[in-house]
Design a protein. Sequence first.
Length: 190
Amino acid sequence: MRTLISTAFISLDGVVEAPGGEAGYRNAGWTFRHVDFLPEAFEIKGREQQEATAMLLGRTSYEAFSPVWPDMADFADYKSMPKYVVSTTLSEGGLVSNWGETTILRSLDEVAALKDTEGGPIIVHGSATLNQGLSDAGLIDRYHLLVFPLLLGAGKRLFSATDKDAQKLELVEHEAYANGLQKQVFDVVR
C-alpha cells in the first residue's frame, strides 16, 4: 500500500488558501508578504520532491499549477513524475502536454484503489477541497505542515468541519524557525 502525504502551507488558524498569491483571495500571497524567508524552513519541500513517486491534485490546484510548475526549476523533479487529478468535470482536453503523464480519477474510491497499488509515496499539494475529502475518508497517512505565524480569518481550510470521531496523529518530526515558521510532520495513527 502506498503512503498518501498531504503537504501544506497553513496559517495558525488553519487557512491554506492562496499562499502563493493566487487571485481572488483577500490575503493572497501570505507566505511571502508577511513572513521573512528562511531557506532552512523550506528544506522539507525539496525532500518531498525526492521522496514522492507521484502527485495527486484536485482540479482547481491542477489548473493553477499546470501552466506554471512544468517550467519552474524549483519543481523540476515533479515534471516527469506521474500525476493524478481528482475531478468529475475535467476532461482529457484540459490536461497540459508538457508536465508528464497525467491520469484523471473520478472519485475517492479511485484514489483508494491507487493507494492499493505498488509504488512509493503519493504527495498532495494545494487542493483544499480534495484534502478535506481525503481526510474525512481516512485516506491520508501523513501530513507535512509548514505552519505560518499568521491568523488569516476567512479562507479555505485544510480540514473540514465534518462532525466525526477524533483522529489521533503522531508527531514524527518538528522544528521551529527564527521567523516563527514551524515544521510539523504527523503520521495518522490507525
